[in-house]
Design a protein around this ligand. Structure first.
Ligand code: SF4
Length: 328
């Protein structure tokens, strides 16, 4: 596993830091890429680059994560480097090289006042030993949150990174490794962020997750193992289509969502059960693209979030294929 410093390489905290570097390097053209919510900011950065005689090229499609760095697209436009806004550096879970030496990662930090929520409601947190995790947007407040909790008498276990993440304690929709890596040492987790998606990944550790939510302005609890129902739904999908001959496996051509080892494992499992397996690849994956092939069920070897989000397509994770062994 790469050292912490190696993981954080290419992460920056401010646009000024990035600007200083790209000016020093005398770059002429720079790519800009980011998620939907910060498009106006991308235009602002483009204007600032232009003021320094650097031509910006904007990657039109928004991105959900740094798994989809578009440095190759930027290069095709003759850009010297890419500034990826919104996310920290993403490491490939199967160890593949992300080849991101010319990418500047500028994570988006949400300025909502999460500390006052923690300060007002911390006494609702039960347990002595805590794990502190959260999403990128609030990880710049991990240190003050840790200090505050320790001050109040809690023992906060030192944070670790996950397989894909570059900040200790940081959780992605596809990686709650930061929590799993310390789960045995803690009574509960404190999560900096909002929504159920990320806390539910942390709850898979079997521990309670206290969500310090700056939108709801209070601390609420995600119960242990709250993802069990989703796994049951996947198993039900496998059971429904278990006798179908044709199965699809989907992966993405995005660098960080191209899980070839998972594809091979899933293919092997399906072929062992006598299935005809068809491999599919696409950059951004839309459900509608998978209608018309005469295939009823697909294995998701791209962004794991799709398995939950897709409503019409029967999509399952590679893990759910174990059900096939059990029903024989
Ligand atoms: S959850 Fe999906 S979109 Fe988000 S970082 Fe992971 S692979 Fe990328």
């Amino acid at each position: 596993m790469p050292e912490q410093k190696e993981r954080e390489k290419f992460n920056y905290e401010t646009f000024e830091e990035v600007l200083e570097e790209v000016r020093e390097k005398d770059y002429n053209r720079i790519g800009l890429q980011g998620p939907d919510g910060i498009k106006p900011q991308i235009i602002e950065y483009a204007d600032r680059l232009r003021k320094h005689d650097i031509e910006p090229v904007i990657v039109g499609a928004s991105t959900f994560g740094a798994c989809g760095i578009a440095d190759e697209k930027a290069k095709r436009m003759d850009a010297d480097a890419l500034i990826h806004i919104g996310h920290t550096r993403f490491l490939h879970p199967e160890g593949a090289d992300m080849m991101d030496a010319d990418v500047y990662y500028l994570p988006y930090r949400e300025d909502r006042d999460i500390m006052s929520v923690l300060e007002e409601h911390y006494d609702e947190i039960e347990g002595d030993k805590l794990g502190l995790v959260g999403v990128t947007q609030y990880m710049d407040r991990a240190e003050p949150a840790r200090e505050f909790l320790e001050d109040k008498g809690y023992d906060v276990v030192e944070g670790k990174t996950g397989l894909r993440t570059s900040e200790p304690g940081q959780v992605l929709g596809c990686d709650a490794g930061a929590a799993h890596n310390i789960a045995e040492k803690v009574d509960a987790f404190v999560f900096l962020g909002s929504g159920h998606f990320h806390p539910s990944q942390v709850s898979e550790t079997g521990k309670k997750v206290y969500v310090v939510d700056p939108y709801e302005k209070h601390i609420w609890v995600e119960p242990p193992n709250s993802l069990d129902d989703e796994m049951k739904a996947e198993i039900a999908r496998v059971m429904k289509y278990k006798d179908k001959q044709k199965w699809g496996i989907i992966t993405s051509s995005k660098k960080g969502q191209n899980y070839m080892r998972a594809v091979e494992i899933a293919k092997e499992k399906l072929e062992k059960h006598g299935k005809d397996v068809y491999l599919f690849v696409e950059d951004r994956i839309f459900e509608s693209d998978y209608r018309g092939y005469g295939i009823d069920i697909y294995v998701n070897c791209a962004c794991p979030r799709m398995t939950k989000d897709f409503q019409d397509l029967a999509l399952v994770s590679p893990r759910a294929l174990d059900t096939l062994d059990e029903v024989e």
